[in-house]
Design a protein around this ligand. Structure first.
Ligand code: C5P
Length: 402
């Protein structure tokens, strides 16, 4: 997966002929899965139409600082917070001077001032303007302030001059931007996640299942992807939207889930079993709808295979993480599962009372390994998933030093 995927970029465009190249930069960022918000200066709009950038980025272009309507949505401070990276391409001599002086005279300069995200400039200007001591002084100030400069390149210019001041080409900028992103802790690691409930049919219309919404498992798959892993998500029946950028396989029963896991788990480094697998299935599945002919009904159930145990019994098992949802003595039961299923780590949540995790966007997790216990506390499932994946990555690398 691209390191740019799901990253939030603000692409700033200032007034210069190289602005036409920014359309291609925006297109390529979006193609790599990045989310792009374009901010244009007034001068930029003389070179390229905002509508082009809106169509390519899928977001209306922002160009005004004192716009009550836009500010009531994502205001200039929120824009600065939203951005993971701000890249200004082309960055004109005027914009560089305003940034070096700390001016907040339009939306782009204000957002650059307000943000704590890295700011990257791709300067573009006439070679004489580039070489002027004033411009060089401003650039030295910006470098000293931690702003990154990409380019410019040397060569023929639109004005007929030859020299330094050409904006880098979009593919060169993309390469630099990719290299500037820290590789996630799970880069080049393959992670398989099971999620959701399973459904064990009794007849064509009835069956046994549980309240699992799949939210925790989907959040874990997404967090692993954001950490750089390539992720396979094997999901029981749920109604939520799967995360983008993960390979999804839908299954219904525990046996199908086991089949999907067994057929490819040998290629994976980490396995995280978040699915609430139904432990028993009806011994017989009636081919047609069962009629209510008797006062009582006895159904025989048989044990479903334990997917986690099957994974840890592989000859070279992946780093394996289980989940435990318990109504009583959760930590004791989880420790037993950690041992019986030969897991590297287990995430425990208590079911019942005010803290029922089923269907909720929040959860409370405790992590238990053979050696330690870590309280992740109560938080959103997205944040808990992020911290769980961070813990898993650290422990995986400690167990498998490079
Ligand atoms: O044994 P118990 O169902 O409480 O264990 C929960 C953990 O085991 C979860 O990680 C769940 O995904 C996994 N599990 C499994 N196969 C089963 C039952 C549970 O992999 N048949």
């Amino acid at each position: 997966m691209s390191r740019l995927a799901d990253q939030h970029f603000i692409v700033g465009i200032t007034g210069g002929i190289a602005a036409y190249k920014s359309a291609e930069l925006v297109r390529r960022l979006c193609k790599q899965g990045a989310q792009v918000q374009v901010i244009m200066t007034q001068a930029a709009k003389a070179f390229i139409a905002p509508l082009t950038l809106q169509a390519l980025s899928g977001r209306p272009v922002r160009d005004t600082l004192l716009d009550p309507e836009a500010e009531s949505g994502m205001g200039h401070i929120e824009l600065g917070r939203w951005a993971d990276t701000i890249v200004v391409a082309p960055a004109s001599a005027d914009f560089i001077a305003r940034l070096a002086a700390g001016l907040a005279s339009d939306l782009l300069s204000t957002v650059c001032l307000a943000t704590s995200a890295p700011v990257i400039l791709a300067p573009a200007m006439n070679q004489a303007m580039w070489q002027k001591p004033t411009t060089q002084r401003n650039l030295a100030t910006l470098r000293a302030d931690g702003i990154t400069l990409l380019g410019p390149a040397d060569g023929p210019q639109a004005c007929g001059d030859t020299g330094p001041g050409r904006m880098l080409e979009p593919d060169e900028l993309i390469e630099c931007l990719t290299n500037s992103q820290n590789p996630g802790p799970l880069e080049n690691i393959r992670v398989m996640v099971t999620a959701g409930p399973t459904w064990e049919a009794l007849d064509p219309v009835r069956g046994l299942s549980n309240h699992s919404s799949g939210k925790m498992g989907y959040a874990v798959a997404n967090a692993a992807k954001l950490a750089g892993a390539s992720v396979s998500l094997i999901s029981g029946p749920v109604t939520i939207t799967p995360p983008t950028g993960v390979e999804l396989k839908n299954v219904t029963t525990a046996k199908e889930m086991l089949g999907a896991v067994e057929s490819s788990v040998s290629g994976f480094d980490i396995f995280i079993g978040v699915a609430a697998v139904v432990d028993y299935r009806p011994a017989q599945v009636a081919p047609t709808k069962m009629k209510k002919a008797t006062q009582t009904l006895t159904v025989e159930f048989v044990r479903n295979p334990d997917i986690l145990s099957t994974v840890t019994q592989q000859p070279d098992p992946p780093f394996t993480v289980g989940f435990a949802a318990e109504t009583d003595q959760p930590l004791e039961h989880a420790r037993q599962k950690l041992k019986n299923k030969r897991l590297d780590l287990i995430a425990v949540n208590q079911v019942g009372g005010d803290d029922n995790p089923f269907g909720s966007d929040h959860n409370t997790l405790t992590l238990i390994s053979q050696h330690d216990q870590v309280e992740l506390g109560r938080d959103s499932k997205a944040e808990l998933a992020r911290r769980l994946v961070e813990e898993i990555a650290g422990r995986y690398h400690a167990k498998n030093p490079a």
